[in-house]
Design a protein around this ligand. Structure first.
Ligand code: HEC
Ligand code: HEC
Ligand code: HEC
Ligand code: HEC
Ligand code: HEC
Ligand code: HEC
Ligand code: HEC
Ligand code: HEC
Ligand code: HEC
Length: 278
């Protein structure tokens, strides 16, 4: 019994060789792969240093680059490891190159961590039917969440900006009324006044209008870029009457606009107390 358990010198030599081989693999393959897959290793590449830096301050700073940028399949992850092994040894002899192993994130990368998607934003104001857009319309997460990690939107947050929605929600392809998406931005009672479009420049009080209208930086002027409802199809005929009231057409139109058709600046019956915004 005892003799059978005692290893012969031959098996002992074999075990020692296997041990040495394992240590060598660990030292020459596993450790370099682990080391080279660290996000901090990727920071040395000239095209990745900026995305790396932004990542360190994002909500996803504990999520490795490959979790989002390498497809979550065994083959793709193995190919990534093999490539990073080569990159480790290359890095010993050359520096400051570009690296092109990262792929744009797909839904398959995000979904393992984000299976339950909200249908109302944390603030409660915004309706966001994720399932309708992801499952039915087959949108990719980054179409809306391109600011999620490395960049900030114009407001300085990682949240998808409203402009990302308006490409489709233009009133034709999909609904565009404010209440389609917002629960707290329905037009208030002030707006029901029949002369609201005339008096609104005088009604602004500290920040109150901004709560609903400041989704662009120059919100007064940006709204004035849009053709207003008063400008119906027979507006060319009707605008003559509108000018007769105390209307401030200059809020949106420079005099040169009227000159185009009239040749001269028409009589403008404007109210000098009104703050004009173009
Ligand atoms: C949580 C997911 C996530 C993680 C983790 C992540 N990224 Fe990204 N990355 C994105 C998204 C989303 C984009 C934007 C894709 C788009 O706009 O199409 C992006 C874009 C990029 C781009 C394209 C260039 C650019 O800035 O637009 C590079 C390069 C990049 N990431 C590198 C990295 C590196 C390096 C790391 C690790 C330090 C990393 N990413 C970690 C999600 C991630
Ligand atoms: C390895 C897991 C993991 C992956 C992969 C991942 N995330 Fe996240 N994500 C998180 C964690 C953890 C948070 C922290 C907030 C939380 O508690 O849910 C988060 C937060 C978020 C938030 C909330 C806003 C914020 O910044 O706090 C958004 C939006 C988001 N992730 C989008 C994405 C998108 C889009 C992808 C794919 C490109 C992605 N995530 C991939 C783990 C992950
Ligand atoms: C149609 C645009 C759109 C698409 C497509 C989309 N999202 Fe969102 N997502 C949003 C908006 C808008 C918010 C709300 C942001 C806010 O106000 O904080 C949000 C919020 C989130 C949050 C944060 C919720 C929280 O509790 O903080 C996560 C996580 C998230 N989305 C993940 C994803 C993932 C993963 C995908 C792809 C499977 C995806 N989203 C696709 C628009 C989209
Ligand atoms: C690729 C185009 C596309 C983009 C981008 C998009 N949507 Fe949509 N959305 C649709 C379509 C199509 C519908 C269904 C038709 C409709 O309701 O008008 C829809 C429906 C909705 C609905 C339900 C409307 C209802 O009451 O029936 C909400 C809410 C919504 N989207 C919010 C958003 C938000 C918020 C964003 C941006 C973060 C966004 N969508 C971006 C195409 C888009
Ligand atoms: C298709 C969906 C959609 C429609 C329609 C829409 N919004 Fe938004 N809105 C968004 C998203 C997404 C954001 C970004 C969320 C954030 O910044 O927290 C946003 C942000 C805003 C903000 C800045 C954030 C805040 O709450 O202070 C304002 C103001 C705003 N919207 C007003 C409006 C008004 C007014 C209308 C109608 C003219 C409108 N929105 C129509 C989706 C929409
Ligand atoms: C609670 C949200 C909310 C507040 C606060 C608010 N508005 Fe509005 N406003 C709206 C909505 C919703 C509309 C309809 C816009 C649309 O569908 O394009 C609107 C429309 C308007 C219009 C266009 C009217 C028309 O008939 O075309 C003007 C002008 C306007 N608002 C000015 C203001 C001013 C100035 C203030 C501040 C005194 C203000 N609003 C405060 C939500 C609001
Ligand atoms: C929601 C869109 C919207 C916003 C936001 C908005 N306006 Fe207007 N503005 C209009 C419309 C619509 C008219 C009237 C066009 C018409 O029918 O003649 C108008 C007309 C005006 C006029 C001319 C008034 C008159 O006598 O006819 C002035 C001045 C003006 N706006 C100033 C402002 C200022 C200042 C702000 C920002 C505090 C602002 N507007 C924000 C849509 C807007
Ligand atoms: C809120 C902004 C705004 C105000 C205020 C405004 N307009 Fe306009 N108007 C527009 C826009 C936007 C267009 C479209 C311009 C274009 O297509 O180049 C337009 C077009 C016109 C046209 C061209 C006719 C047509 O059918 O295309 C005339 C005429 C006109 N406006 C006259 C007036 C007069 C007169 C007033 C004052 C009573 C006025 N507008 C006030 C925004 C405004
Ligand atoms: C697209 C060409 C066009 C533009 C631009 C235009 N108008 Fe006119 N306007 C006309 C026409 C045509 C009439 C005659 C309407 C009718 O009575 O049938 C007219 C008539 C008038 C009248 C009546 C008195 C008169 O001279 O006949 C006034 C006032 C007037 N426009 C003011 C303006 C103002 C102010 C602007 C700039 C904000 C403007 N118009 C821009 C085409 C234009």
């Amino acid at each position: 019994m005892a003799t059978r358990l005692r290893p012969t010198p031959r098996t002992l030599r074999m075990l020692v060789r296997i041990g040495i081989a394992l240590v060598a693999i660990a030292a020459l393959v596993v450790a370099p792969v682990l080391y080279a897959s660290q996000p901090s290793f990727l920071a040395r590449y000239s095209n990745l240093s900026a995305p790396y830096k932004a990542w360190t301050t994002s909500t996803h700073k504990d999520v490795a680059c490959e979790s989002c940028h390498v497809p979550p399949t065994v083959v793709a992850r193995a190919a990534f490891s093999a490539r990073m092994l080569g990159e480790y040894y290359l890095s010993l002899v050359s520096s400051s190159r570009e690296l092109d192993v990262l792929r744009p994130p797909t839904n398959a990368s995000c979904q393992p961590c984000h299976a339950d998607l909200v249908s109302v934003s944390p603030s409660g104001d915004l309706k966001i039917p994720h399932r309708a857009h992801v499952d039915v319309l087959k949108m990719s997460c980054v179409e809306c969440h391109d600011y999620a990690v490395h960049e900030k939107n114009a407001k300085g947050t990682h949240v998808p900006p409203m402009t990302a929605c308006l490409t489709c929600h233009d009133g034709k392809r999909a609904k565009s009324a404010c209440t389609t998406c917002h629960t707290a931005k329905a037009a208030p009672d002030t707006h029901k006044a029949t002369d609201w479009v005339v008096v609104h420049p005088l009604q602004q009080t500290g920040g109150e209008c901004a709560k609903c209208h400041a989704w662009t930086k120059n919100w007064c002027a940006d709204c004035h870029f849009r053709r207003p409802a008063s400008h119906s199809t027979d507006w060319r005929k009707k605008h003559a009457t509108a000018v007769k009231g105390r209307r401030n057409c200059e809020a949106c139109h420079p005099a040169s606009f009227c000159v185009r058709c009239h040749g001269v600046v028409p009589q403008l019956n404007y109210n000098p107390a009104t703050k004009l915004v173009k």
